[in-house]
Ligand binder design. Sequence first.
Ligand SMILES: Cc1ncc(COP(=O)(O)O)c(C=O)c1O
Length: 375
Amino acid sequence: MNIPFLDLKAQQRRIEPELRRRLEAVLAHCQFVLGPEVAELETALAAFCGAAHCVSVSSGTDALQIAMMAEGIGANDAVFLPSFTYTATAEVPLLLGATPVFVDVDPRTFQIDPAHLQARIADVRAAGRLRPRALIGVDLFGQPADWPSLSAIAARENLFTIDDCAQSFGASLAGQKLGRAADATAVSFFPSKPFGAYGDGGALFTESAERAALYRSLRTHGEGTTRYEVLRTGMNGRLDTLQAAVLLAKLTVFPEELAIRERIASIYDRRLGNVVTIPARVPDSASAWAIYSILLPDAASRDRVQAALKVSGVPTAIYYPRPLHRQPAYAEHHDGAALPVSEDLAGRILALPLHPDLSNEAIDFICDSVVTTLK
Ligand SMILES: Cc1ncc(COP(=O)(O)O)c(C=O)c1O
């Protein structure tokens, strides 16, 4: 059986008429930068997640960067973030001269651990070298982070909150879609994400009209009310019109795709829950199921299961084989605090295929293969 880890071709076949109609409209008007589809997408996405403002940008990384530039985050600022995440979360504070402070994650949900965040803020205050300034909470693998706890800590400690929702647009917490859980929400439209474009793209969501205006200025070289008035140092951070057109086509099927992802995750839960550790669900949430990761007992069994699944034709992936505080680029910025859960997960975690075009036969085959390799 040939099972793709991700099947963008199958999805393309499903949405082809709408996709072509959207792309041809752009080819006809030729407004490739900030064409009408960009504003249409921003309005549609803000409505989709119930946020007051959406500002589309060139990638999830640039969304994080613009959110931090808007607050003037930089030298001597501590930015708290989980160690068990994608590199971009730590890269952006460093690019701006700030210091990432790595926080451990919950062993069951894999999300940033609020109790450890509180302890890490105390570490930074005690050391007295950096000013605790911001929290980047990551909604990992499609599930929301524990935003009620994180927001309470941030309010007490006077931290600006950024939701790194790169992987999890479409997820919800307490019946409310992510997009307004933090002061700013950064989303990625990288093609492999649940809501992905055909190239790089991203968006920022905020409840503040002032911040939205600042984000728009920053994504276009810090421009003011006229094109050649430069008010601040900005960047070239716009979303291409063609990508907006692709995303508008995909938005027509996105809610249905989220439901299919949930159905597949529930089958994995039911079929695999007795043989491996399955991801614990964040209470009162709905996941976008970007990634479904199981935990094996140890690194040797993870590697053995991955190799056996490969032989059977089941592709898998490891997110993430190394926590960020152990990466060569970031180790020198780490204060040495122990982050045992992130280290443990990196050795035992394994992601199974999960996408809306996975057939019932493929799901069965994947479950049977996992069960067989563990016997
Ligand atoms: C957690 C997280 N943050 C940020 C990013 C960066 O997004 P992009 O690739 O669109 O720059 C990603 C992308 O994979 C991610 O997974």
